[in-house]
Design a protein around this ligand. Structure first.
Ligand code: MG
Length: 160
């Protein structure tokens, strides 16, 4: 049986933090506040996989009061979620995701993010879509105060 899941994540942008999206460090004067590396895109995808399996959310599996996950590389969290899926005999079919960020522009970084995510998800990069939009000067994203991401993931049963 196919399973579909949706994920959303938002992080506040602050000084003296790295901006990491899809496992890629992007040069910028601010970064995402958070217990881990604050990678909103990777968190949204991991939440979507957990959602497809009705297995709660990232906060349940990786509590932010657990020092083990402080400044964690979120690709490693995603790898653990993929492993949870494999344990339940699921594999990822495809991912479609959107990053909401006012600046910097992300176009030149999209393919490197897709490659990072595809490697972690055990799929071809052609099965990972990453889009980027701005907030058009509106809301917290538009004011440059936040980065957010949404993702939809389809899972299929792993062949025996
Ligand atoms: Mg997050």
């Amino acid at each position: 049986m196919f399973r579909i899941g949706i994920g959303n994540d938002t992080h506040r942008l602050v000084a003296d933090r790295p901006l990491v999206l899809g496992g890629l460090r992007i040069e910028f004067d601010r970064g995402a506040e958070g217990h881990s590396d604050g990678d909103a895109l990777t968190h949204a995808i991991a939440d979507a996989i957990l959602g497809a399996m009705a297995q709660g959310d990232l906060g349940l599996h990786f509590p932010d009061n657990d020092s083990q996950w402080k400044n964690a590389d979120s690709l490693q969290l995603l790898a653990r979620v993929v492993w949870l899926a494999h344990e339940r005999a699921f594999q990822v079919v495809n991912v479609d995701a959107t990053i909401m960020l006012e600046r910097p522009k992300l176009r030149e970084h999209i393919d490197a993010m897709r490659d990072n995510l595809a490697r972690t998800l055990n799929v071809d990069a052609s099965c990972v879509s990453v889009k980027a939009k701005t907030g058009e000067g509106l809301d917290a994203v538009g004011r440059g105060e936040a980065v957010s991401a949404q993702a939809v993931v389809l899972l299929e049963p792993k062949p025996n």
